[in-house]
Design a protein around this ligand. Sequence first.
Ligand code: ARG
Length: 701
Amino acid sequence: MGWTSCIIWFLCLSVCECWPLPDPPMHGEVHSPQYPGPYPPSLQKQWDLHVPEGHQIRLTFSHLDIEASADCYYDSLSVLYGEKLLGKFCGSDNSADGHHPGYLPVFSPGNTLTLIFQTDANNPERHQNVGFSAQYQAIDIDECSAAEPEDGSGPLCSQICLNTLGSYLCACHHGYELRSDQRSCVLSCRGGLFDEPEGHLSSPGYPSPPPHDVSCQYVIAVESGFTVSLNFTDNFHIESVGTEEGPRCFYHWLEVVIPGEKTQKLCGNKSPGLIHTNSNVVRLNYQTDDAGLSSGWSLDYSTRRVECSFPGDVAEGRVTPRLTKYFYRDYIYVRCDQGYKLMTEGQEIDSFSTMCQSDGQWHLQLPECHLIDCGEPELLLNGGVTFLSGDQNQYRSTIQYHCNEPFYHLLGGANVTFTCEADRIWRANIDIVSPTCIPVCGKPTRRNSFTQRIMGGSHALDDTIPWQVLLNVAGGRAGGIVIADRWIMTAAHVLEKNGQKVTSDSVKITMGLTEVSGQPDSAIIPSSLHVHPEYQNPHQVDFNNDIALIKLQDPITFRSSVMPVCLPPDGATYVTGLLGTVSGFGTTGTADQRMVTNMLNFLNLPIVAQKTCSDSLTLLKQTRSDIPNLTDNMFCAGLPDGGKDSCQGDSGGPFTLTENGRFWVAGIVSWGADCGIKGRYGVYTKVTNYVNWINKTMQEN
Ligand code: ARG
């Protein structure tokens, strides 16, 4: 399509909405007037032929018969392209005169052609010339093969010319691009984006000098955390202009643009060498104007990871790994020396690591190592703690516990020390986990002198039988024995009334007294009662397994007046004749004159041989039916002559023996046929038979 009609068409559309001009025809026909009849005389007729732009016209005569004359002087058909005469025709096919075109077509160089037919006054009748008939046709011009214009403006296309119907296009070889004049090509330098970790760039056409008027932009953009270094290798030459202040990059330059920094313009003939940009994005602008000469430049770029500053040291700690330089994505770890803990912003942390970030900063500040401490040592019940060395419970401090002597002993002995270890635990120098004060058993702070009471015994002095317990069970008095800080032992029959177990809250416990007046305020109520499971005594004739335990809500703090008695030592035996001590708040006096007492009395009685005791009971059974059996869970104590015995109200109380200066509980006051009768004995529960049950019950409850 030609340009003009296109533009007109566009104008019309946008301005007046008129119809576009029709395209000129691609072909047509012309002939002389009255053809094929003879042409009239005295003619002057002109045809202006038009075909679409970008085409030329080919004119072919199908017939030409015009009066022949020299130089076609009389009649003629002139064919013109503008002013230029392409041919002036007359004559006929085979006439010798004139100038006949024959069958060769006439070409116009452009898209117009003018035909002028002129005739003189006469057309000799004999000849009857008919004139001409011709066809014309538009033919595409091959602009590409046209000769270079003579005005020196160079070829139509500087590199590649493509003929198109009615026009042509210019194109460029690879690596070049078409300039805005749509004709000439320049070396392409729109290198675009370089995002590989390394690469090579050079001026267009390097090592040949670049063409004039280049404006090239290169962007090197790599992952953040990396920095670009430019290394100008090889020749470097960019025109510079000498001024009074030295050379300046006036017309040609290579600009290095680093974000956040002053742009540098490079020129001259000295290579800038290596430039560390410290940036992951670098723009290069290469500019030349239409004159001067620069030979160009070439560079290799490389990248390296952003460097983080040296992290420093941590007192009392170690930073690993130890490197001379740290780069993006490097990790460091901090560990504290033994006995120190990691602290950051006042908080303790388990572990520490930090990474060198893409901005060259460590993502966390280094922590500190503080001396570890084990915290306050645990409080010791019935004891205390002393600091031997170190302070603030810090690593390696040593402490020593002590127990409130003589009522408690430290587990493991008085020389146990605890040290604050690196794992922040106070550890003992022997194999114990935590300090414990063990109650001392069977060692009263005072001993009794002897004046006999109970039934024929004596008043006990204060603190001499500190394990003695006074029980009040549903209004009745009984005895009990302190055996541990939460446990009191008594007789099973004490905790039964009329064959029924009593409830906990009907049991009142008083300890630490040698004299009672009414019901003392200090009485406490047990948390649970544990009667031996095999004690079955509905008719008061079977006292087998007459043992029970009472558990206290709160532990007793032992003191001179309240201390536990020891349980039977391993392998303890009941040797006949061995003196034991029985005590209680039970009745005193002789059989005819019993007296209720408010004083704690005690009495030393020998153990009686089992045979002796059972014989005495067998004898008694001959006259009485209410005599219980003597079992192996019982033993007897008393004197053959009687007069000294435990009695009503003493039940559940202790019969103790001593071994190595310690009192241990051998028996529990259980039963007897009356009290203090000659030939009869008091019967006691044999505690050695129950050590396992006692320990088990205490553990399980
Ligand atoms: N069963 C009596 C009580 O409940 C104790 C009897 C002790 N008798 C003796 N002769 N030892 O107190």
